[in-house]
Design a protein around this ligand. Structure first.
Ligand code: CP
Ligand code: NVA
Length: 324
């Protein structure tokens, strides 16, 4: 560099569009979901035809994992390479994040070198603090409170199999956890009916899941008996009894959740064409019987695959906006 140069500007170019983040399901409008779901179908169809779809050439995704993952890592990493970009993978243990570098400083640095960031961490406040100091879009890859990419994939999967989800009934059986909170936001945004049955003491925290528009055309109801929640439902879904970060409660939870196992009787009480979903990893014989998750109503493998397709559409949208 010429030693007399005034230097390289350290701010973003003037006129750059405002950075959007995807930290919870309520961050996008109903209308934006319409676009994203259609774009996902387009991108998935091209993938199935072995047609190249490289809209993010030379873009870099940083993935930060503070908790374990199989699906989230593979789907984001494979998806970004398919889009023509590349990926940097960080964990707490092999980065300065594990040695108490402030999250704000990490955000400032990582977002100067990469174009988009995915984070899997503990408290939602942590990802919010990162986003507040990031120059580039930040995606929630799971927090204690929310798992929006998973619910986006689940909704895409439902629509693929059964058509529009608006007006349908989804039964959540199990823990009032990050998945349940996100289902509640999705019901409000997309106008379906959510029934939630949790053991006492493990209820969904409505204050966490609150959306800016209330329940919209959707609805939310709680049930003490999981069988009642499943009656006539179009989709029955569950998740692990103990989420990552809550392992110390494992024994207490095993006792409390014993009756919250999705079994053949619950599926029989649901609508005749009801689907079964589970975000995985699953524990057969705990939250779901093997005959349900491995049975004909289960779409869990489509759900897992669709993580990749919806996230490709999501990254493209956050970086390039609408393309069609
Ligand atoms: N469903 C899901 O997020 O899976 P992983 O924990 O394997 O990423
Ligand atoms: N609720 C689970 C989802 C895992 C994908 C957890 O947070 O561990």
């Amino acid at each position: 560099m010429n030693p007399n140069t005034k230097g390289i500007p350290s701010t973003l170019p003037k006129g750059a569009p405002p950075v959007r983040h995807y930290l919870q399901f309520a961050d996008f409008s109903t209308e934006e979901y319409g676009y994203l779901l259609e774009r996902t179908a387009f991108i998935k169809a091209k993938f199935k035809r072995f047609e190249r779809h490289q809209s993010l050439v030379d873009r870099t995704l940083a993935m930060i994992f503070e908790k374990a993952s199989t699906r989230t890592r593979v789907s984001f990493e494979a998806g970004m390479y398919q889009l023509g970009g590349s990926v940097v993978h960080l964990t707490t243990g092999d980065s300065q994040l594990g040695r108490s570098e402030p999250i704000e400083d990490s955000a400032r640095v990582i977002s100067r070198m990469t174009d988009i960031v995915m984070i899997r961490t503990y408290e939602q406040t942590k990802i919010e603090r990162f986003a507040a100091h990031s120059r580039v879009p930040v995606i929630n890859g799971l927090t204690n409170e929310f798992h929006p990419c998973q619910i986006l994939a689940d909704i895409f999967t439902y629509i693929e199999h059964r058509g529009p989800i608006a007006g349908k009934t989804v039964a959540w059986v199990g823990d009032g956890n990050n998945m349940a909170n996100t289902w509640l936001q999705a019901a409000a945004m997309l106008g379906f009916h959510l029934r939630v049955s949790t053991p006492s003491g493990y209820e969904l925290n409505e204050k966490v899941a609150v959306t800016p528009h209330g329940m919209g055309t959707g609805s939310y109801k709680t049930y003490s008996n999981p069988m009642d929640a499943c009656k006539g439902a179009d989709l029955v879904t569950t998740d692990v009894w103990t989420s990552m970060g809550y392992e110390a409660e494992n024994e207490a939870r095993r006792k409390a959740f014993a009756a919250w196992c999705v079994n053949r009787e619950m599926m029989a009480a649901a609508a005749p064409d009801a689907l079964f979903m589970h975000c995985l990893p699953a524990h057969r014989g705990e939250e779901v019987e093997a005959e349900v998750i491995d049975g004909p109503q289960s779409v869990v493998w489509d759900e897992a695959e669709n993580r990749m397709h919806v996230q490709k559409a999501l990254m493209e949208y956050l970086l390039l906006g609408r393309l069609a």
